[in-house]
Design a protein around this ligand. Structure first.
Ligand SMILES: [Zn+2]
Length: 72
């Protein structure tokens, strides 16, 4: 989360493009490395613990909502 916030801050307020050695992604990684206690994998999105797969009923409900939205 912090990575994405930092990255998008560079992009929206710094006029920095996403890619490259001085791009927003790398600058966000560099900033993560300044933490007290390092991120295990700077720049990576890791698995969210405890997140469960939605039930089939919920998936069906969302599928219908998305289908209805796309038909508007
Ligand atoms: Zn990134």
């Amino acid at each position: 989360m912090f990575h994405e916030l930092a990255e998008n801050f560079y992009r929206t307020h710094g006029g920095v493009d996403y890619l490259g050695g001085s791009g927003a992604h790398q600058l966000a990684i560099n900033r993560e490395k300044l933490w007290h206690g390092l991120s295990l994998k700077p720049g990576d999105i890791s698995k969210i613990n405890g997140l469960k797969r939605p039930t089939e009923a919920v998936l069906k409900e969302y599928s219908i909502k998305i289908k209805n939205y796309m038909n508007k």
